[in-house]
Design a protein around this ligand. Structure first.
Ligand code: IMP
Length: 190
């Protein structure tokens, strides 16, 4: 009965959360045969996490976990934020998005930024949200090819390297996502 669906087709996210959620059976969208794109039309991470979990819960009636994440750069007024996935255009890939952030940060000396993840748990009687953040700096250039998305340009506080230069375990020790998932793990007592 301990079955949950993870409402994301992002295999990197699934990989990152699997170990922490080993106390439940976590089904991916591939496992349940869901191949459509979920349109993230919300104006906040919370709204988008809810849209994803509602879409999947309404179709499969199984408890659903969704993740919406954004990179918030202080001197860019919190951008790309909720637009992180499509920052340089609707079909943008990670390297195009990174290029745009680095370009906008070219002359900027205050390079503070943070990652924020909102996890939504939706089941038959409630919707709950769990948030995790990690503070850091935007690097001057890309480094490392581990991880995904903006990882190669984000240096977490207290570290000398980007998430892109870290192993999965290293990133998971301090990441926004692992912090949010830990709150879910505590709530579920698993
Ligand atoms: P979403 O949560 O799938 O909508 O992701 C928003 C954007 O942020 C995408 O471009 C992702 O690649 C990026 N992103 C999400 N999580 C991470 C992360 O842990 N590290 C780096 N980039 C991420």
């Amino acid at each position: 009965m301990n079955k949950y669906i993870f409402a994301s087709s992002n295999q990197n996210k699934l990989l990152e959360i699997s170990k922490q959620l080993s106390g439940i059976t976590l089904l991916s969208l591939l496992d349940v045969g869901y191949y459509d794109e979920i349109i993230e039309s919300g104006s906040t991470l919370t709204e988008n996490a809810l849209i994803k979990s509602n879409t999947i819960y309404n179709k499969y009636s199984l408890p659903t976990i969704a993740d919406d994440t954004g990179l918030e750069v202080y001197k860019l007024d919190g951008r790309p934020g909720v637009f992180s996935a499509r920052y340089s255009g609707e079909q943008a890939n990670a390297s195009e998005n990174i290029k745009k952030v680095l370009h906008e940060m070219k002359e900027v000396t205050d390079r503070r930024a943070r990652f924020k993840t909102v996890i939504c748990l939706k089941n038959n009687f409630q919707e709950l949200f769990f948030e995790g953040t990690v503070e850091g700096l935007i690097a001057n250039e890309k480094s490392g090819d581990a991880g995904f998305g903006y990882d190669p340009i984000f240096i977490p506080n207290g570290c000398q390297k980007t998430f892109g230069e870290m192993s999965l375990d290293e990133k998971n020790k301090i990441s926004h996502r692992s912090r949010a998932i830990q709150k879910l793990v505590d709530y579920l007592s698993i």
